[in-house]
Design a protein. Structure first.
Length: 210
């Protein structure tokens, strides 16, 4: 397996070349790794979000699609948001190709995501990012579509990355009128503020979910 250091990161823009790479990422990597169609964001929405970003629509918030590229092919990716009001990062999706797992690629993706979100926070009135939140499959709430990764093993990896489950009864709202709510996910958080170590204020969790 190639070492993670041999790969290059590329943050996508709304350019024609980046849209083509996004399409390849979506078809070859993203869609197969999220077999439940209700969990998947559409390619059209991702393209629209990049266009909105280019137009300055996000203001103090931000949106990022970052890919790990090897020989012009995406082998990993992360989609994330920065929300200024709760000073939080949101990891929408993290994907690593099966052929590139257990080689440090996922950790490198997470490091890039955290650095990117920290930079977003520093561009605003805050000096540091407070916390990061993510949706993860709950191993105790079976999905209607068979997952392609053991859910307990996935949760263990996220724990290594510093995330812990939030005590919050979460249901992902339907992502579009053609999709359904998803009830087999949990919310996990990585806290960066010392006073958030034991608990994240409920109002901030509500703000992110909203």
């Amino acid at each position: 397996m190639a070492e993670a250091a041999a790969f290059g990161f590329r943050e996508l823009s709304a350019s024609t070349a980046d849209r083509a790479l996004l399409g390849r990422f979506y078809t070859e990597l993203y869609a197969p790794e999220f077999p439940d169609p209700d969990e998947r964001e559409s390619l059209a929405n991702m393209e629209r979000y990049l266009e909105l970003k280019a137009a300055g629509w996000y203001g103090r918030n931000n949106y990022h699609i970052g890919l790990v590229v090897e020989a012009d092919a995406p082998v990993a990716g992360v989609i994330l948001d920065y929300l200024a009001e709760p000073n939080a990062g949101v990891l929408e999706f993290v994907v690593v190709a099966t052929s590139h797992r257990r080689g440090g690629v996922g950790t490198r993706v997470m490091d890039w995501a955290e650095q990117t979100l920290a930079a977003d926070a520093q561009r605003g009135p805050r000096t540091a990012l407070d916390w990061i939140i993510a949706e993860i499959n709950d191993p105790f709430r079976p999905a209607t579509v068979q997952d392609n990764v053991d859910t307990f093993a996935r949760l263990a990896v996220w724990s290594i990355w510093g995330f812990a489950k939030l005590d919050f009864p979460y249901i992902q709202p339907a992502l579009s009128s053609d999709q359904h709510p998803v009830g087999h996910l949990l919310l996990a958080a990585k806290t960066l503020r010392p006073d958030f170590r034991d608990a994240v204020p409920a109002g901030l969790v509500a703000s992110v979910v909203h």
